[in-house]
Design a protein around this ligand. Structure first.
Ligand code: NAD
Ligand code: TYD
Length: 355
């Protein structure tokens, strides 16, 4: 079946893996990647698919309602996979307004444009789908007691980031309940893999170990996160976009919980091994720093529903995923240098200056 699918935030970390998977696996679909190219967007993440005949990139802001409505009409969009967001907790603590703007108002602008466009068509919502990608952080924090977030866990966000994502999730569900829009929401745990912006723990620490820079561990390093390989998340998104039930929520996770300090030691061991350093060589880089404000203690996500209903489960063991990830960052130093120097942004600003 022919489809025209809008993927927002496709130049970011997870979005680029989703775009790549859809462009490669569905040559019969037109994939339109809409991204504002903020500091987190980088078209180098998609260099391998940029000339594919079923791929189009559009630089736009999801908050720009008129532009979004025009694009939905122009490309006859029948499916939306919405990933565009401000995504870093530390930035949300420094600048919460940017998170309310993009995550809340941007999602609302996209929902409203989709509603106006789809309701103007004779078939209305038939064959349409609005799929919103969210996070497990909306559920708040768990104790070290073995409990996990399920799809029924009450929302209890703590950071400006998770509060903005929680708000956007509520708007998406409201568009189903009020207007009958065919929506789906998924809440996923921490992703890791290639092309992640090096402000997040794993790429930041791999790069710092390589350059013998301090590794800033927040608090005592005891916080726990569940980690999922990004390509497994992209596969889950593919499955849920095609087979998920309308108006449902699915949790996506790796059943793979790690205390930060234990994960950091695995990273050190792996990077040292790849660089040929003696065992334990980079342990002295660990530097305990002031804790993040409101730092959520533990996230753990139960994705049994997704496994039972749609047969998805993580494919990679964590040690294997971390090994591939470390190898990728070490072998793609040019990508990392372009990002850390800011060169990638100057290039796009120049390219789009006169448009
Ligand atoms: P990212 O920060 O790497 O990428 C975000 C992308 O959105 C960038 O390309 C950026 O340019 C674009 N963008 C930002 N504001 C925009 C706007 N106003 N208009 C258009 N584009 C805009 O984020 P990510 O880590 O890939 O996360 C993608 C989505 O997945 C987010 O919605 C995030 O909340 C969610 N999520 C992330 C994780 C994770 O571990 N990274 C886990 C669960 C859910
Ligand atoms: P991060 O990658 O920012 O993801 P999130 O906050 O969405 O979970 O952080 C992962 C964990 O690592 C989190 O508990 C905060 C911690 N952390 C550090 O200890 N030091 C750092 O420099 C960073 C970026 C994160």
């Amino acid at each position: 079946m022919k489809r025209n699918i809008l993927i927002t935030g496709g130049a970011g970390f997870i979005g680029s893996h989703v775009v790549r998977l859809f462009v490669n696996n569905y040559p019969q679909y037109n994939i339109i990647n809409l991204d504002k190219l903020t500091y987190a967007g980088n078209l180098a993440n998609l260099a391998d698919v940029q000339n594919a005949p079923n791929y189009t990139f559009v630089r736009a802001d999801i908050c720009d309602y008129d532009t979004i409505l025009g694009l939905l009409k122009q490309f006859n969009i029948d499916g939306i996979i919405h990933l565009a967001a401000e995504s870093h907790v530390d930035r949300s603590i420094r600048d919460p307004f940017a998170f309310a703007r993009t995550n809340v108002m941007g999602t609302l602008s996209l929902l409203q444009a989709a509603r106006i466009y789809w309701e103007s068509l004779p078939e209305r919502y038939d064959g349409k789908r609005f799929y919103h990608i969210s996070t497990d952080e909306v559920y708040g924090a768990l104790e070290f007691d073995g409990s996990m977030f399920t799809e029924h866990t009450r929302y209890n966000p703590h950071s400006p980031y998770s509060a903005s994502k929680a708000s956007s999730d509520h708007f998406v569900r409201a568009y189903h309940d009020t207007y009958g829009m065919p929506t789906i929401v998924t809440n996923c745990s921490n992703n890791y893999g290639a092309y992640q912006f090096p402000e997040k723990l794993i790429p930041l620490f791999i790069n710092n170990i390589r350059h013998r820079k301090p590794l800033p561990v927040y608090g005592k390093g005891e916080n726990v996160r569940d980690w999922l390989y990004v390509e497994d998340h992209a596969r889950a998104i593919d499955t849920i976009f095609h087979q998920g039930r309308i108006a449902e929520t699915y949790n996506i996770g790796g059943f793979n919980e790690w205390r930060n300090i234990d994960l950091i030691k695995v990273l050190i061991e792996t990077v040292d091994r790849h660089l040929g350093n003696p065992e334990g060589y980079s342990l002295d880089l660990i530097t305990y720093v002031t804790d993040r404000l409101g730092h959520d203690l533990r996230y753990a996500i139960d994705s049994t529903k997704l496994k039972n209903e749609l047969g998805w489960q993580p494919s990679l063991q964590f040690e294997e995923g971390i090994d591939c990830t470390v190898a990728w960052y070490l072998n793609n130093q040019e990508w990392m240098d372009n990002v850390t120097s800011g060169d990638y942004m100057r290039y796009y600003d120049e390219m789009y200056k006169n448009r």
